[in-house]
Design a protein around this ligand. Structure first.
Ligand code: ADP
Length: 261
């Protein structure tokens, strides 16, 4: 371990690549970029961007952990660690009361159950069906011409959320077009989409159930409408860390820091 004690976590997801740099347990810089078509290049670029926010260079890095869908493309990492372990680590470090992590990313969604000491006791994952992931919201945002950042706020205005009956993202997209052409209000469509996604996510948890505290991670956690829809289904409040989309890279960086000792 050097006196700088600098470690990095690189989370290369299907949609975004994230980097977190820590000194010991202290986060000192982060970066987030679109992954694009070249995961290895995205990993290089996001690390460079994070380092540029500090006075450090790559030579100062003691240990680097790669995670996410593209973790095996992080050629400069000392180790690849599963997203499950990294999200659990990041969530528990941010909110020690975390017992369940709900992670909704661009092309998958997961539930992770933690013990009182933060170790992973179980998980459930959907990486097969787009209707249970952020991709579903991306499609809806494109179809309705509403920016992703606006989906949540608009949906909260709904008094009468639509019931979306299609179980496939592609059919649901056609359903959205149909609803819109019949004059259904955007807020009711978006609220209905959030409820449909929340139903899918909470169904994954039916085997083990939910318990407090539940922490929401991944890019979709930035959508307040999605948070409210999940809370409505679960029956109580869920918590948001400061940077939900960076939780996996934070966990990776903290695991890297542990390894460097
Ligand atoms: P991955 O790790 O799989 O690449 P992320 O955790 O980065 O995925 O999440 C990406 C998803 O987050 C996008 O598909 C999008 O639906 C959602 N998202 C990203 N930013 C926002 C935002 N500002 N508001 C609402 N949703 C967002």
């Amino acid at each position: 371990m050097t006196s700088k004690n600098l470690s990095a976590g690189i989370d290369v997801g299907s949609t975004t690549a994230k980097a977190t740099l820590v000194q010991g347990k202290q986060c000192i810089a982060t970066a987030l970029i679109p992954t694009g078509h070249d995961m290895a290049q995205a990993a290089e670029k996001v690390l460079t961007q994070a380092l540029e926010k500090t006075t450090f260079t790559r030579k100062d890095l003691v240990y680097t952990v790669g995670t996410g869908y593209g973790r095996h493309g992080v050629s400069f990492a000392d180790e690849a660690v599963s997203e499950i372990a990294c999200h659990a680590k990041g969530a528990f470090a941010s909110i020690p009361e975390t017992r369940v992590v709900v992670d909704i990313g661009g092309q998958d969604s997961k539930l992770i159950w933690l013990s009182d000491t933060g170790s992973v006791v179980d998980f459930a994952m959907n990486d097969k069906c787009a209707a249970g992931t952020g991709r579903f919201l991306d499609l809806v945002s494109e179809t309705l011409g509403v920016r992703l950042e606006e989906l949540g706020g608009i949906s909260l205005k709904s008094q009468d959320p639509c019931i979306i009956t299609s179980t496939c993202a592609i059919f649901a997209e056609s359903e959205v077009v149909g609803l819109r052409s019949r004059g259904t209000a955007r807020e009711d469509i978006i609220a209905g989409i959030h409820q449909s996604l929340a139903l899918r996510i909470t169904s994954m948890g039916s085997r083990r159930g939910f318990k407090k505290e539940i922490v929401f991670s991944g890019g979709v956690a930035k959508n307040i409408g999605m948070q409210r829809a999940l809370e409505q289904r679960i029956g109580y409040g869920i918590l948001l860390p400061d940077e939900p989309q960076l939780l996996g890279s934070l966990g990776a960086a903290l695991i890297a820091s542990d390894r460097s000792r």
